[in-house]
Design a protein around this ligand. Structure first.
Ligand code: ZN
Length: 76
């Protein structure tokens, strides 16, 4: 059913490129199809952010008043 060799051509016309994931050092697609860029996956993105937040760049105790604007009531 599938013709061999056709899947290789898909990446030719793409502007995406491979970068090293800042969290795990593995290959990460830096392009529109990777919403976690420059990280390779959601886990790496959250891990790196967790480390970043614990290194002294902590958010002040008082939360901004517009914090609730980001919540979607339908998701509750
Ligand atoms: Zn990674």
């Amino acid at each position: 059913m599938q013709r061999p060799g056709t899947s290789i051509m898909r990446s030719a016309s793409h502007t995406s490129r491979l970068v090293n994931c800042p969290a795990c050092g593995g290959p990460s697609v830096y392009g529109p199809e990777n919403s976690f860029r420059p990280f390779c996956c959601a886990r790496c993105k959250s891990v790196d952010f967790g480390a970043w937040a614990s290194e002294g760049f902590r958010v002040p105790a008082e939360a901004p008043p517009d914090d609730q604007a980001f919540g979607d009531p339908r998701l509750q």
